[in-house]
Design a protein around this ligand. Structure first.
Ligand code: GLC
Length: 579
């Protein structure tokens, strides 16, 4: 009997081994140096809730609206949704001014709606990443109300105060303030409070352990509900030298160098990791990645026990109204990739709610090239090493709205800067030209669902004007068109999902000095892909030195991809190479 059991066990193991050897595709052979994680393999789709889908006709997108579109979101093939803030807020900065971290903004619905939405996502295998806005709160948060009420209130130290009898505090720049002054005088207690963003966004005092633990508890509250990740808004700026020394002359406004990565930031992140991240299966990403590769590594290397992935801005910031250099673009992505080739992990991103539209900034939104250039950029975002973040509407090739009148803009810092320019007698015409291309409202216009009134976004008056091109750029039209941008994204996501090489594979830039084409290979465990991307509106030559006669074209944004080394305008091709 004993022998039989052993024999059976042996036979069973042999069968298992045989089956696994036979069925394990080559691609699955894992490279032991790769630390695989779900959040590395995920494609993240970012939703700006205000603009996605309105369910109750008040002109503002909401949670039930998103719920009604979950099948659409699922159809994209993405794995996770990053939702911009949905907490109670007076909406000075569209939810980035939180008045209650444990409640849902009235415009967006109720906590019950949230629970249903989260379940709906999980039922479809979609994860949810929450936006955590804790460099600052709203001035309407109970903590701030208490804090400002008297100098000896227990919440006084939840924020940064400077008593006026000490004189004016050393200058701090505010990004959003009309006068760019980060100290606001409050006569109630004869003191100034600090706000790096607007006056209604006072900075929380991270040096106070009570603040930190309130925040960890709040994050645990959401983690216990089952959310799958956190994006830390503006977190680089959370740590401060509370003595507020004067910054060196000429650098008082140098946000990157003097305001970011303050003392103890890493201690706070390690503490947050210990208290929150390590206890749940959640991913974490901060906005920004410090000032150097060393900073970025210190934030995200696994052995640091801080965050999971870097979200750097160097590439996003390249696009300017006057255009950008493709060589520069290539250089930035190549150097970040090589700095993170063996340690750490990157986000791959070119657009989000703080930027104008992807195709208008990095592609070409003319009627002739919008479609191909948008698909080319999609090919890029989904074929790089790192976790792609894909912004709602980019799957349609949605474009900048480019409003002509200041009244059409809703973005608080844009309006404040307009006022600032007016106050200092600045060139308002020039400013209007600038925001037409760069204002973040361009990237926040409502989702274009169909060609019916208000693009199917709302039955009411949309909070921000809808881009009139919704008549022809919309989900309904693109779902029916096999060659649409939308269907291209779906194919590209599928390609990435089916080819681990596109997630983990080694990246090598080729034809490096080519000023028009980004060409690179991805390699993993004997599998090799070649990606060719023409960033120009005219045909250009690429010299890869690779024999593509035996290569298989996996995807291309042209019906007939070029074969002669001359790429068509904005052409994108992904090949699998065989030796
Ligand atoms: C981040 C957000 C931005 C917001 C700011 C203040 O940069 O992405 O939208 O306005 O922080 O919270």
């Amino acid at each position: 009997m004993k022998v039989n059991t052993q024999l059976l066990f042996l036979l069973f193991s042999m069968v298992l081994l045989f089956v696994s050897c036979k069925t394990k595709p080559k691609e699955q052979t894992t490279d032991s140096s790769i630390d695989k994680k779900w959040w590395k393999e995920a494609v993240v789709y970012q939703i700006y809730p205000r603009s996605f889908k309105d369910s109750d006709g008040d002109g503002v997108g909401d949670l039930n609206g998103i719920l009604s579109k979950l099948d659409y979101i699922k159809s994209l093939g993405i794995d996770a949704v990053w939702l911009n803030p949905i907490y109670s807020s007076p909406n000075d900065d569209n939810g980035y001014d939180v008045s209650d971290y444990r409640n849902i903004m009235k415009d967006f619905g109720t906590m019950q709606d949230f629970d249903v939405l989260l379940k709906g996502m999980h039922d479809r295998n979609i994860k949810l990443v929450m936006d955590i806005v804790v460099n600052h709160s709203s001035d309407e948060h109970e903590w701030f109300k208490q804090s400002r009420s008297s100098r000896d209130n227990p919440y006084r130290n939840y924020y940064h105060w400077w008593n006026a009898e000490k004189g004016k505090p050393p200058y701090r720049y505010s990004l959003f303030d009309v006068n760019h002054d980060a100290w606001k005088y409050d006569s109630l207690t004869n003191a100034y409070y600090l706000h790096y963003f607007s006056q209604k966004q006072p900075d929380l005092n991270w040096e106070n352990p009570k603040v930190r633990h309130e925040i960890y508890d709040m994050m645990i509250f959401w983690a216990k509900k089952g959310v799958d990740g956190f994006r830390l808004d503006a977190f680089q700026f959370a740590a401060k030298d509370t003595l507020f020394p004067a910054f060196p002359k000429g650098f008082e406004k140098d946000f990157v160098k003097y305001y970011a990565m303050g003392p103890h930031l890493h201690d706070y992140l390690k503490e947050m990791n210990r208290e929150v991240f390590s206890k749940f299966d959640v991913m974490s990403v901060a906005e920004g990645a410090g000032n150097t590769f060393e900073d970025a590594h210190a934030l995200v290397d696994a052995d640091r026990n801080e965050l999971n992935m870097a979200y750097a801005f160097e590439a996003i910031d390249i696009a300017k109204p006057e255009g950008y250099s493709v060589l520069h673009f290539k250089e930035v992505f190549s150097k970040w990739d090589s700095a993170f080739a063996s340690k750490g992990w990157l986000s791959i991103v070119l657009a989000n709610h703080d930027q104008a539209r992807l195709v208008s900034r990095f592609g070409n939104d003319s009627s002739e090239f919008r479609d191909v250039s948008s698909k080319m950029l999609t090919t890029f975002l989904l074929s790089m090493r790192g976790t792609p973040y894909y912004y709602y509407g980019d799957e349609l090739g949605m474009t900048n709205a480019g409003f002509e009148k200041i009244e059409d803009y809703k973005d608080m810092p844009t309006l404040n800067e307009y006022q600032h320019q007016k106050n200092i007698g600045g060139d308002l015409k020039k400013y209007m030209e600038f925001i037409k291309f760069s204002c973040r409202d361009n990237g926040r216009t409502p989702m274009q669902w169909d060609s019916s009134i208000n693009a199917g976004f709302t039955s009411g008056t949309p909070w921000l004007k809808i881009n009139p091109n919704y008549k022809y750029i919309n989900v309904s039209a693109q779902e029916k068109d096999e060659n649409s941008c939308l269907n291209y994204l779906k194919k590209m996501v599928k390609l990435r999902k089916e080819n681990e090489v596109l997630v983990y594979g080694k990246f090598t830039s080729i034809d490096k000095n080519n000023p028009d084409v980004f060409a690179y290979t991805r390699e993993l465990n004997g599998k090799k892909m070649l990606i060719l991307l023409n960033f120009r509106s005219q045909p250009v030559t690429v010299k890869t030195g690779i024999d593509i006669s035996k290569a298989k074209t996996l995807i291309s944004n042209y019906k007939t991809p070029s074969v002669n080394g001359i790429l068509q305008p904005y052409e994108a091709i992904v090949y699998e190479l065989y030796n």
